[in-house]
Design a protein around this ligand. Structure first.
Ligand SMILES: Cc1cc2nc3c(=O)[nH]c(=O)nc-3n(C[C@H](O)[C@H](O)[C@H](O)COP(=O)(O)OP(=O)(O)OC[C@H]3O[C@@H](n4cnc5c(N)ncnc54)[C@H](O)[C@@H]3O)c2cc1C
Length: 418
C-alpha cells in the first residue's frame, strides 16, 4: 500500500486483477475501465457462453442503477434494448389444478418507465457486460491460488502455469470461490436442503401448447400439495438481441435468443428420494422426466407446457446461503458477489447485490487511485457498506425461500436465527 510518512494516501497507479468474469466481475471491470483504472479479468470458462446460464435474471431498481453507473452509455443502451418487456410488477400463486390462490402486486419506484430494466436474459447480459472489454478479459484462465509479495502486491496463479501480478485482487469467482477457499476456508455457504431444477421453455411452444393467458405475463408460482413447487417467469425481449446489436453496436458479437419462460421446480431433498450424486448426474432429459413424474397429477395445461421444455438448458442446483456474511481482512484481496454472500435464487437478488458491490467497490478503488484514501481504508469502507445491503438482501431471499418452500423445509437456518 502506498502512503506517505504520515500515513496519508497518495495517488497511485493501480492494477486490479479480477478473478471471475461473471456478472459482478465484468460489471466492476466496466466501471474501472470507464474511470481509467487498469483492470484485467481472468475467467475460467473457455468462452462467453457455456451451458446452464440461459436463464432470466430479475433486476431490482438498485441493481439497474448500479449497472447504469458502471456501463458506458452505448452498453447501457444495449442493456435497455434487450431487457424484458413483459413484466407486471406482480406475482400470481396457483395450486396444482390452476386455481388462483393469491396475486399480490408490488410497488416499483420505476413505475411504468418504458426504459426500465426489470429482468434480463443472463447470457445476453454477459455479452452486454463484455462489450468493449476486448483485451481486458482473458477466457480459459482458471485461477488456482495467490501470494502476497514483499512489496504489498498480489500474484495470481493459473492452472495453465501462467501468473499475473497486481495491486488488488478481487474475488469475483462466485459461490464456489477458490480465492475464498484459500483465505477464508470456514466461510463456505451452507446447504439449505432445497434442490431446484432450472429449465427453459420456449415461449412460442408454451403458448401454442395452451398456457393460460394469466400465466403469460407475470411471475407465477404453482404450489403442489405434496411439497413440489414450480415457478414460471417470462422473458420477452424488447428487441431480439441480434437486432439490438445491429442497431446500437454493429459488429459486436452477441448470441441470438428467443422469448422463453424460465422454469424453477423445487423441493426439499427429503422429497427427492435419491442421493445428490444421482440428481446431479442426470442430464436434461432425465431431469425433465423427473419433473414430469412429480407433476403427473397436475393440471393438463401445465403438463403440456412442461413437455415443451428445452432439455439442453436444464440443470439442477443445491440452494445455499452464506450466513452470517462476514467482511474479509481489509487489504489487497477484496471479495465481491456470491464469493462473499451466496443467497438463494428465490429472492432474485444475488446478481443485483453483486452489481451493487461492483459499483461501490469501483468508487472505492477510484478514490485509492486518486490518492483520496488508502487501499485498506477503501476495502474496509466498501465492505462496511456491502455488509448492510447484502445482509438485507440475504434476509429477503431467505424469507422468500421460506414462504415459497415452507419454513420447515429449510435446513440449517433455525440455529442461525438468533
Ligand atoms: C437459476 C438461477 C437464477 C437466478 N436468478 C436471479 C435473479 O433473478 N436475480 C438475481 O439478482 N440473482 C439471481 N441469481 C443469482 C445470481 O446468478 C448470482 O448471485 C450472480 O451470478 C452472482 O454474480 P457473481 O459475479 O458473484 O458470480 P457469477 O456470476 O457466478 O460469476 C463467477 C464467475 O467466476 C468464474 N470462476 C469460478 N471459479 C473460477 C476460477 N477458479 N478461476 C477463474 N474464474 C472462475 C465462473 O466461471 C463465473 O463466470 C440466480 C441464480 C441462479 C442459479
Amino acid at each position: 500500500m502506498k502512503a506517505d510518512m504520515d500515513g496519508r494516501a497518495t495517488p497511485r497507479d493501480l492494477r486490479v486483477l479480477v478473478i471471475g468474469g461473471g456478472i459482478g466481475g465484468l460489471c466492476l471491470a466496466q466501471g474501472l475501465r470507464r474511470a481509467g483504472v487498469d483492470v484485467r479479468v481472468y475467467e475460467r470458462d473457455a468462452a462467453v457462453h457455456r451451458r446452464n446460464q440461459g436463464y432470466r435474471l430479475h433486476i431490482s431498481p438498485e441493481g439497474e442503477q448500479a449497472l447504469r453507473e458502471c456501463l458506458p452509455p452505448e452498453a447501457a443502451a444495449l442493456l435497455t434494448a434487450t431487457a424484458n418487456s413483459r413484466y407486471g410488477y406482480g406475482m400470481a400463486v396457483y395450486d396444482e389444478r390452476l386455481a388462483e390462490q393469491w396475486s399480490p402486486r408490488f410497488t416499483d419506484p420505476r413505475a411504468d418507465d418504458p426504459d426500465k430494466v426489470d429482468a434480463v436474459d443472463r447470457v445476453t447480459l454477459r455479452y452486454v457486460l463484455l462489450a468493449g472489454l476486448d483485451g481486458i478479459v482473458s477466457f480459459g484462465k482458471q485461477f488456482t491460488g495467490y501470494e502476497l509479495t514483499a512489496d504489498g502486491e498480489v500474484t495470481a496463479r493459473f492452472a495453465d502455469g501462467t501468473s499475473a501480478t497486481g495491486s488488488v485482487l478481487v474475488a469475483a469467482d462466485g459461490v464456489n470461490s477458490t480465492v475464498r477457499a484459500q483465505c477464508r476456508p470456514a466461510d463456505r455457504p451452507r446447504d439449505l436442503g432445497i434442490r431446484t431444477i432450472f429449465g427453459r421453455i420456449p415461449m412460442a411452444d408454451a403458448v401454442r401448447d395452451g398456457l393460460p393467458g394469466t400465466l403469460q405475463d407475470r411471475f407465477t408460482w404453482i404450489m403442489g400439495t405434496d411439497g413440489h413447487k414450480l415457478g414460471l417467469m417470462p422473458m420477452v425481449f424488447r428487441v431480439p438481441p441480434e437486432e439490438a446489436v445491429a442497431r446500437l453496436w454493429p459488429g459486436l458479437v452477441i448470441e441470438e435468443s428467443e422469448d422463453y419462460f424460465m422454469s424453477v421446480f423445487s423441493m426439499h431433498r427429503s422429497l427427492l428420494g435419491m442421493p445428490d450424486e444421482e440428481l446431479f448426474a442426470m442430464d436434461g432429459a432425465r431431469l425433465w422426466e423427473l419433473v414430469r413424474e412429480r407433476t403427473a397429477r397436475w393440471d393438463p395445461h401445465l403438463r403440456r407446457i412442461l413437455a415443451a421444455a428445452s432439455t439442453d438448458a436444464t440443470f439442477a442446483v443445491a440452494v445455499r446461503a452464506t450466513r452470517p456474511i462476514e467482511p474479509w481482512e481489509p487489504g489487497p484481496v477484496i471479495p465481491l458477489g456470491d464469493a462473499v454472500h451466496a443467497m438463494p435464487p428465490s429472492g432474485g437478488v444475488g446478481a443485483n447485490t453483486a452489481v451493487r458491490d461492483a459499483a461501490v467497490l469501483c468508487r472505492a478503488l477510484v478514490a485509492v487511485e486518486r490518492g483520496a484514501v488508502s487501499l485498506e481504508a477503501a476495502a474496509a469502507s466498501y465492505q462496511g457498506e456491502m455488509l448492510k445491503y447484502a445482509t438485507e438482501a440475504l434476509n429477503t431471499s431467505l424469507e422468500v425461500a421460506r414462504w415459497s418452500l415452507g419454513r420447515n423445509d429449510l435446513d440449517d437456518l433455525d440455529d442461525l436465527d438468533g
